[in-house]
Design a protein around this ligand. Structure first.
Ligand SMILES: Nc1nc2c(ncn2[C@@H]2O[C@H](COP(=O)(O)OP(=O)(O)OP(=O)(O)O)[C@@H](O)[C@H]2O)c(=O)[nH]1
Ligand SMILES: [Mg+2]
Length: 457
């Protein structure tokens, strides 16, 4: 583990503007700030923001803000200072060199948060949540991580632990006084209680998003007949010329991907070869195979039908090749149809396929915003049905799953009258759950947890 007596620094999350935030924490924070700045930190015990100048070298002095957060009410629990300065990378380097000369050490990834944990400023589940927030890439993930941060997981596990403890101690008391007339808990009551604990644990698992499943971005496929306008739509949605477009059929042969940023989600959008009912040659077959494979693994398929076509027999057959639960049917190239014919044609299309098509045109942007909103809303119901799920990291999930197994075993033992074995397995369950928020985790585990962080957190 890192030496907690060092005073450390890191550049905090880089911002899009030219502002650099250098965070310092540790016992020498005040002394270092006094050497760096002309002005004194106003108070050693109050939060302050000071307008001051930082001497970069003998010639250069920069205006800076110094935020000071005194111990123990700071992020890490030690004194924390933040230097906010508008500058460029080379001047930043010079400032950092200066800090090293003054005896500071660069923070290891996660070291700020690990200090917060060690100083009792946050529990372990909360510390892990900080990491989730740093890497989370969609809204649900973020709110789940924020739930962790607000200590919801720790609170739930505390409740479960105390129920297990209650049941276990009453069973153990029964063992100590066996042969006597006193009954501390009846077999039925104990079984009922243990079942309740098991239900709670299972609820925790099912009501939670597993962090690892979220980190994989959902993919959205664009499918349809050759020339339906898939590549044009891909480019439109991605805002770049990712895919080659031409009036020739079968232009796209490979699966091409791009990152699509929606209001709440990031996802992977892909374009692929147009589907054909009867591939004519090996090239067709290969292109078709990779398209079908990619579509099979996608969360949503946008099914494109060119509304300006004379008839849609081909499209009707192609639709059968797509086996996706979530399909958004869209009528492309709507700008090519005369306005007065549009609604009759759309009705015809809707009737043929028995579904409602969204009118879209990549040329005029018609329907594009609606399409993006639709994807976003399907993804939100796809990813989570609960409003504020808890994010579990795999370590939590394992502990909870193992505890469920232990509790199930203790119920069986209890039913067979083996109270002693039952209390032993209960103890094991207690140990598993207490690991979620264990206070004597060894250094290796802590290092493992905090090393996943980025520097400056
Ligand atoms: N007017 C109009 N033309 C479009 C629209 N979308 C696509 N096109 C045209 O339709 C033709 C085919 O477009 P692509 O995007 O290459 O079609 P595709 O589905 O990717 O075709 P393949 O890759 O061959 O399967 C091109 O000439 C495009 O310019 C649209 O919204 N309006
Ligand atoms: Mg194409």
């Amino acid at each position: 583990m890192y030496n907690a007596n060092d005073t450390i620094f890191a550049i905090s999350s880089p911002t899009s503007d030219k502002r650099v935030i250098i965070r310092i924490t540790g016992p020498d924070t005040i002394a270092i700030c006094r050497r760096l700045f002309d002005s004194q930190i106003v108070s050693e015990t109050k939060r302050t923001i000071t307008n001051c100048k930082i001497k970069v070298d003998s010639e250069l002095e920069l205006a800076a803000f110094l935020y000071f957060f005194p111990s123990p009410n700071s992020y890490t629990g030690d004194d924390v200072a933040e230097i906010h300065v508008y500058t460029n990378p080379s001047v930043t380097e010079t400032i950092l060199d200066k800090l090293i000369k003054l005896g500071l050490r660069t923070a290891e990834p996660g070291e700020f948060t690990s200090r917060a944990y060690l100083n009792g400023r946050m529990d372990l589940a909360q510390a892990e949540a900080v990491n989730e927030i740093i890497v989370s890439s969609n809204q649900f993930q973020l709110s789940a991580a924020e739930n962790l941060l607000s200590g919801k997981l720790s609170q739930t596990t505390e409740e479960i632990l105390s129920s297990i403890m209650d049941c276990m101690s009453r069973l153990e008391a029964g063992l100590d006084f066996s042969g006597e007339e006193i009954e501390f808990i009846s077999q039925n009551e104990a079984i009922e209680k243990l079942n309740q604990i098991k239900d709670k644990l299972e609820e925790l698992l099912s009501g939670s998003i597993r962090y690892e499943t979220l980190i994989e971005l959902p993919s959205i496929g664009i499918a349809g007949a050759p020339n339906a306008g898939k590549s044009t739509l891909t480019n439109k949605l991605l805002g770049s010329e990712r895919s080659i477009v031409s009036h020739e059929r079968k232009t796209t042969r490979d699966v091409l991907t791009g990152m699509l940023q929606l209001a709440h989600y990031n996802c992977v959008l892909f374009d692929c070869a147009g589907l054909i009912v009867e591939p004519e040659n090996i090239l067709d077959e290969l292109a078709q195979q990779s398209a079908i494979e990619a579509l099979r693994n996608s969360a949503i398929v946008i099914f494109c039908v060119d509304i300006s076509k004379e008839e849609w027999t081909e499209d009707f057959e192609i639709r059968k090749l797509i086996n996706s639960k979530q399909i958004i049917p869209i009528a492309t190239k709507s700008d090519m149809v005369e306005q007065k014919n549009l609604s009759a044609l759309l009705d015809k299309l809707n009737n043929l396929f028995g579904t409602n098509f969204l009118l879209v045109s990549a040329n005029t942007d018609k329907g594009i915003r609606e399409l993006l909103e639709k994807i976003d809303s399907i993804l939100s119901s796809h990813i989570s049905n609960t409003e504020s799920p808890l994010a579990l990291v795999s370590r939590h999930k394992k502990a909870i799953t193992d505890a469920i197994t232990n509790i199930s075993e203790s119920i069986e033992e209890l039913k067979n009258g083996n109270d002693e074995v039952c209390t032993m397995t209960l103890r094991a369950a207690y140990k598993e759950i207490s690991q979620i928020e264990q206070h004597n985790l060894d250094d290796q585990i802590l290092n493992q947890i905090f090393s996943r962080f980025c520097i400056g957190k």
